[in-house]
Design a protein around this ligand. Structure first.
Ligand code: PEP
Ligand code: MN
Length: 333
């Protein structure tokens, strides 16, 4: 980290500042120019509060040279992380298609969709039991009963299951869940992330509605700091000024994240677009830019879905998307 001091800083002020840095366990290198003094800070600067430093009268600017994320950083872990979920692998050249309804609604609905998406090429089943809805009057999910129905679908198809958690107190209900999803709205629920760091189950961490990639990586870092390194990142579109689509799919996030981190990155073209007919081109584009997997919402009867029907594919449409995604994979691999 480098701090540039303002002109006219006195020796005493400089000494106080350096003593303060040293008290934080940092080594200080001073570079005195004719007009400006620069202080180089060496050591673990992750705990240094940049805003606080920048707020000091004698400091002009502060710049981090190294990334604030360590465990997630590819610099310290050059090989791709491969997250293993049962016999499914994601990352390091392994690609996974995850599919299922936005929310689990009835026993027949989830069982029927599970069998159909497996047949079409999905290797993991998704389904929301706890739904983070914008309106409290909308369907909130079947909660624990939904997870049980998802477990039945897992038993019948052999597919590992993914479902979203909204509250760490619910963790006991997730015992038989294979991948715990942290939704966009909870990406910065730091207390939840800390609890998920204490377990060893894979976590599918979705990018927040208006969060930067650095913030996404810092959220992954929260989980990893607790010792859970099984994280799959998910780009699901971000909020922009565009209104024709539900969100704006930031596909450049995929190669950028691959540069920055060793963690696998999947793309959710359903929430990214909000429109079922856009899911296929965006899923293919995601495969083309190197995503390690795709998560798609599929419903047996989208027009009657209790949540996200407009972006849900029928099982037949999903089959077509899956086939085309695999063709793209063959070309880019
Ligand atoms: C979901 O996957 O159903 C979901 C709620 O996604 P997001 O958190 O990305 O909105
Ligand atoms: Mn949804």
């Amino acid at each position: 980290m480098v701090a540039v001091l303002k002109n006219g800083v006195t020796e005493k002020q400089m000494e106080n500042l350096c003593t303060w840095f040293e008290s934080q366990g940092l080594t200080v290198h001073i570079c005195e120019g004719k007009f400006q003094t620069i202080i180089g800070l060496i050591g673990d600067t992750s705990k240094v509060d940049i805003e606080l430093l920048e707020g000091l009268d004698i400091v002009e600017s502060v710049k981090r040279i190294s990334d604030p994320f360590k465990s997630a950083n590819r610099k310290f872990h050059p090989d791709d992380t491969i997250v293993e979920v049962g016999n499914v692998k994601i990352g390091g050249g392994n690609f996974a298609m995850i599919a299922g309804p936005c929310s689990i609604e009835t026993p027949d609905q989830i069982m029927g969709i599970a069998k159909a998406v497996k047949e079409a090429g999905a290797v993991m089943l998704r389904g929301g039991a706890f739904k983070p809805r914008t309106s409290p009057y909308d369907f909130q999910g079947l909660k624990g009963d939904g997870i049980e129905l998802l477990e039945h679908a897992k038993a019948a198809t052999g597919m590992p299951i993914v479902t979203e958690i909204m509250n760490a107190n619910h963790l006991p209900m997730f015992e038989n869940v294979d991948v715990i999803q942290v939704g966009a709205r909870n990406m910065q629920n730091f207390e939840l992330l800390k609890e998920l760091g204490k377990i060893r189950k894979p976590i599918l961490l979705k990018r927040g509605l208006a969060n930067t990639l650095k913030e996404l990586l810092m959220s992954a870092e929260y989980i990893m700091a607790g010792g859970n390194e099984n994280i799959i990142l998910c780009e699901r579109g971000i909020r922009t000024f565009e209104t024709y689509t539900r969100n704006t799919l930031d596909l450049s996030a995929v190669p950028m994240l691959h540069e920055l981190t060793h963690l696998p990155v999947v793309v959710d073209p359903s929430h990214a677009t909000g429109i079922s007919r856009l899911v296929k081109p965006m899923a293919m584009a995601a495969a083309a830019c190197g995503a390690d997997g795709i998560m798609i919402e599929v419903h047996n009867n989208p027009s009657q879905a209790l949540c996200d029907g407009a972006q849900s594919l029928t099982p037949e449409q999903f089959k077509d998307v899956a086939e085309n995604v695999m063709k793209i994979r063959e070309v880019v691999q």
